[in-house]
Design a protein around this ligand. Structure first.
Ligand code: GAL
Length: 983
């Protein structure tokens, strides 16, 4: 077999052949020819591809298909995308992969620009990323191979290039030995998915360089040395600096780089007629006394895990999408990114340098699927894989070493342990001692500068904060390894699994994280859902998950766990995160009407200049007064107090809201962008109620219509005022949110609810007491078939001249602890009423927390106010339909719609509400948003309470305090038909 026809490459553990040494990613003025565009393409189901003649320039390919490069073929009509969480989609037989190995043969013809040869030099072909491996020929001659999907590789072209009609042929296999190292929880998306370029490297140009830009926090000086593989000059005009490569200089009083103030000094590196752009950020990263310091200051990373994802083009992101991610993160107060779980496109890191985000740059290494082999043969523990692993580490570090934003190297994700870790560590420490290392999954943490875990519960986290954690399994208590780990800072590399509606408890986690100086930061899992665009039968677009593709093994919906939906619509979880991590916190000194506001700057590196502070005072949601606040100088992590103006104490419920906004525009937000806020209840008032007519029935004129009508036989409410109503019934279930399903068999509450029938209660009336004209009492029982459990209910209706009051008692009866459901004592996820109203109601106005949905463990972002939304806007369109749109602690709400009297509902004192055009059961039954159809009724849930969201889809069970206790519930609501339609 010739080299060109070699078919063993996919199964060979070697990382590549014929490639150039890895080097720094750079922006240079040397000639470059972008080879992105439409290429010729043929897909084959086996690793033979289109055969041995594929690379022959003379092959007639004009009838081949065309495909966009960069791109994934599975998103362009060939084969299909596959999603697995941990499973390998091929037999575990390392390093071999099947010959049933889908293969894409790519060919492109190109001419050189006329002046190409004017520059003396070498020609280099660069691929920024090919999934999973590439064999590359130019004009029929083999250049080499490469694996390592999310890392660049280059070939020297020697004299193979000709002025015209060059034929570049690239064979890409879907699976290779490299796939064993790329078992991240994401879609398998093969193809040439990052840019391809031809580079003319000037004869004496600099190939590789290393910017060492240290900052001395003691002196405020910058220490700069640029090492390069060839002599050259380093110039930074604003520092009046012009030195040779390899020369170290100390520069007085530089502004350090931080994510909060990303000060870059732009300069040039010149050699052999080539100029490379420099973006120098002076900064020092250290771990001292068990704390993570940057520029001498303790630094806390408020982070997210970011995969590269776009619903149409997968991991082939364009620059604009990267900018969108960065800007959305900055606006949300996120200051750090873990590049889960591979190095991103290099442009993303340039944006992080520029806009200011701390980066944990993670290597493209995850061998998770070996879990199904009991970790036998795990590459981290096998000498066979040493070279391939090192190759990835080298390519990451060499490519990204010049980015000030990169402050931590991560060796990879969820790959267990093994001797090769020591090699990887050794290599990085030798090459770049300036950045600490992170690796979570080796419980000795010998090769990590951080102790780290994923998804601990709050008690575990608290113990870690105190450095009192349990010794991990396999480590001897008190041993050197044990002590070393206890001395390390802690990085929470994943928490708050944002799958579906959630995560809950963000504020609980933040409270613990803020309390202990051991914590270096925390990264929410994850930034964005990995949904792919699909078209439903009715032509509507939706977001597909693994389960929408017919394939086994299949990770199903588990890829939809981001703070953004896949189309980058923020989910309410992002607003909640933004509130709890905001860079300024506000407190009150004491007392009911606070005289002093306590402002804490949670930044680590900057003061509060550039921000405007304001206050506003509202009564019952209507603003009464407002003003600016003069805030004295306040350095990083400092606290100041500010007097507040006196506020009027009027009737009604008062709220004082404080806000900090950008005084001037920043690159990532316009002037006025709100960076932090807080709301405090003030005054002594309760929300003002409607003026009521006297309660005596005799006060009602004889011919005045009754406020409500009942069927006295059945005890059913028929109408309120003129509004026909489907009488309220007890509702104790919800359409499970993803977290209600738990993880695997753990914490699967939804299964228990449906096993015991909380989702199919039948309602019966035992007795009706209609002895008085102004009062009707209906005694009943609600419960599911085949179970004894249920609620005994008493609905007491009180008819007043202008409103209807309902007092509800619901007492649990029967066996709520049926055997066979493990630890899951059955708890109702909601306790409340559901009633049906005419579908013409299309708006809700309410006074209470809002405007986005809120739950008992996710309500920090909801401010008490007066809000109005259409029914459509009250729905959060989770790509897998589930409970959504709840509003906690609503004081009152008003439903309105054309031709209908406005219906006002008051909680006593508060009520949770949800309003939608389908029932909870219909919501639960729908697999996709397009399956939700209007039932031509408005369904209103008025709940005494609903349990929290949690994040048990990956993480601990919902804390007890967010479950509803099994107890007798008593609550009341009042319905008032208001005269006339609201305009
Ligand atoms: C972690 C893993 C992530 C993702 C997450 C659950 O264990 O590192 O890649 O799978 O769990 O969504």
């Amino acid at each position: 077999m010739t080299e060109a026809g070699r078919t063993d490459f996919p199964s060979d553990p070697c990382p590549g052949s014929g490639r150039r040494r890895p080097r720094a990613d750079a922006i240079s003025d040397a000639p470059a020819l972008n080879l992105n565009g439409n290429w010729r393409f043929r897909w084959s189901p086996t690793d033979r591809g289109t055969g041995d003649r594929f690379a022959d320039p003379a092959l007639d390919d004009h009838e081949w298909d065309q495909i966009a490069v960069p791109g994934h073929w599975v998103l362009q009509g060939y084969d299909q995308p596959l999603y697995t969480n941990t499973a390998f989609p091929f037999p575990i037989d390392p390093p071999r992969v099947p010959t049933d190995n889908p293969t894409g043969d790519y060919r492109v013809r190109f001419d050189l620009p006329v002046d190409w040869a004017a520059d003396q030099g070498r020609d280099v072909l660069r691929f920024q990323g090919v999934d999973s491996c590439a064999t590359v020929w130019l004009n029929g001659s083999l250049l080499g191979h490469s694996k390592g999907s999310r890392l660049p590789f280059e070939f020297d072209l020697g004299d193979r290039l000709r002025p015209q009609d060059n034929v570049l042929a690239v064979r890409v296999h879907r699976w290779s030995s490299g796939s064993y190292l790329e078992d991240q929880d994401m879609w398998w998306l093969p193809g040439i998915f990052r840019d391809v370029a031809l580079l003319r490297r000037p004869a004496d140009g600099i190939d590789d360089y290393f910017v060492h830009a240290d900052y001395d926090p003691e002196t405020g000086n910058g220490i700069l040395r640029v090492d390069a593989d060839r002599p050259g000059r380093v110039a930074i005009d604003e520092l009046e600096l012009d030195v040779g490569t390899g020369e170290q200089v100390e520069i007085a009083a530089v502004e350090p780089w931080s994510a909060e103030s990303p000060r870059l000094y732009r300069g040039r590196l010149q050699a052999g007629g080539e100029t490379i752009e420099l973006a120098v950020g002076f900064r020092r990263v250290e771990i001292r006394d068990g704390r993570f310091l940057i520029n001498g200051a303790p630094t806390y990373l408020r982070g997210v895990n970011r995969h590269e994802h776009h619903p149409d083009v997968g991991r082939s992101l364009d620059r604009q999408t990267m900018i969108t991610d960065v800007i959305m993160m900055k606006r949300a107060g996120i200051n750090a990114v873990r590049t889960a779980h591979y190095p991103p496109h290099p442009e993303f890191l340039r944006l992080c340098d520029e806009y200011g985000l701390w980066v944990v740059d993670e290597c493209d290494i995850e061998t998770h699927g070996f879990i199904y082999a009991g970790w036998r043969g795990n590459p981290l523990a096998e000498p066979l894989w040493r070279e391939a692993l090192l190759d990835r580490i080298e390519r990451m570090v060499e490519r990204d070493k010049n980015h000030p934003s990169v402050v931590i190297w991560s060796l990879g994700n969820e790959s267990d342990g093994g001797d090769n870790l020591a090699e990887l560590e050794r290599w990085i420490r030798r090459r770049d001692p300036s950045r600490p290392l992170h690796y979570e999954r080796d419980r000795s943490y010998r090769h990590s500068d951080f102790y780290s875990l994923m998804y601990p519960d709050l008690d575990t986290l608290e113990a870690i904060g105190r450095r009192r954690e349990d010794t991990p399994d396999g480590v001897e208590p008190g041993s050197e390894v044990d002590q070393r780990r206890r001395g390390l800072p802690f990085l929470l590399c994943e928490y708050a699994h944002a799958m579906g509606n959630g995560p809950g408890s963000l504020d609980d986690y933040q409270r613990v994280l803020d309390e202990h100086d051991r914590f270096a930061g925390a990264f929410v899992w994850e930034w964005i859902d990995h949904g792919l665009t699909g078209i439903a039968d009715d032509g509507s677009r939706y977001l597909r998950h693994g389960g929408d593709i017919d394939y086994q093994p299949n990770g199903g919906r588990y890829c939809l766990d981001g703070l953004l939906f896949a189309d980058r619509t923020p989910s309410p979880g992002l607003a909640e995160l933004q509130k709890v991590i905001q860079p300024i916190s506000f407190g009150r000194s004491s007392g009911q009407n606070p005289q002093e506001l306590v402002i804490t700057n949670r930044h680590d590196h900057r003061d509060l200049t550039g921000l405007r502070f304001g206050w506003s005072h509202a009564i019952d949601g209507r603003e009464r007064s407002s003003g600016e606040l003069a805030v004295p100088a306040c350095g990083p992590r400092e606290t100041v107090t500010v007097p507040l103006p006196a506020l009027v104490d009027e009737e009604g419920e008062g709220q004082l809201t404080i806000e900090a906004r950008l005084a001037d525009g920043a690159g990532w937000a316009a002037a006025g962008h709100r960076v932090a806020w807080e709301q405090f209840p003030v005054g002594s008032g309760k929300p003002r109620r409607l003026a009521r007519a006297p309660a005596l029935p005799s006060a009602r004129a004889r011919d005045e219509p009754a406020v409500a009508e009942f069927d006295h036989e059945t005890g059913r409410l028929l109408s309120i005022g003129d509004v026909p109503v489907l009488s309220p019934t007890l509702d104790v279930c919800r359409a499970p949110v993803e977290n209600d399903h738990g993880q695997g068999s753990r914490n699967d509450l939804a299964r228990v609810w449906s096993a015991v029938g909380l989702d199919r209660f039948l309602h019966g009336v035992d007795k009706i007491d209609a002895g008085r004209t102004d009062r009707l009492v209906v005694f009943g029982r609600s419960g599911p078939a085949s179970q004894t459990l249920g609620f005994r209910t008493r609905l007491e209706w009180l008819l007043r001249p202008d409103h209807l009051r309902l007092e509800v008692t619901a007492e649990p009866v029967g066996d709520w602890d049926p055997t066979g459901y493990g630890d899951h004592r059955v708890r109702p996820p909601r306790v409340g009423l559901r009633l049906g109203l005419p579908s013409g109601y299309d708006r809700v106005r309410w006074f209470g927390p809002g405007p986005e949905e809120s739950y008992r463990d996710s309500r920090s972002a909801a401010a008490v106010g007066l809000y109005e939304r259409t029914i459509e806007d009250l729905q959060t369109p989770y790509p897998v339909p589930q409970e959504n749109g709840n509003h906690v602690d609503t004081r009152w709400l008003e439903l309105s719609g054309r031709g209908l009297p406005t219906l006002r509902i008051d909680g006593d004192p508060v009520i949770d509400f949800t309003a939608r055009r389908w029932t909870g059961e219909q919501l639960a039954a729908a697999g996709h948003p397009y399956e939700l159809v209007d039932s031509h009724r408005l369904w209103l849930n008025l709940d005494h309470g609903q349990q929290g969201l949690g994040s048990a889809a990956c993480g601990p069970a919902l804390p007890q305090k967010y479950l509803l206790p099994l107890q007798t519930y008593r609550f009341a609501v009042e319905f008032t038909p208001l005269p006339g339609e609201r305009s």
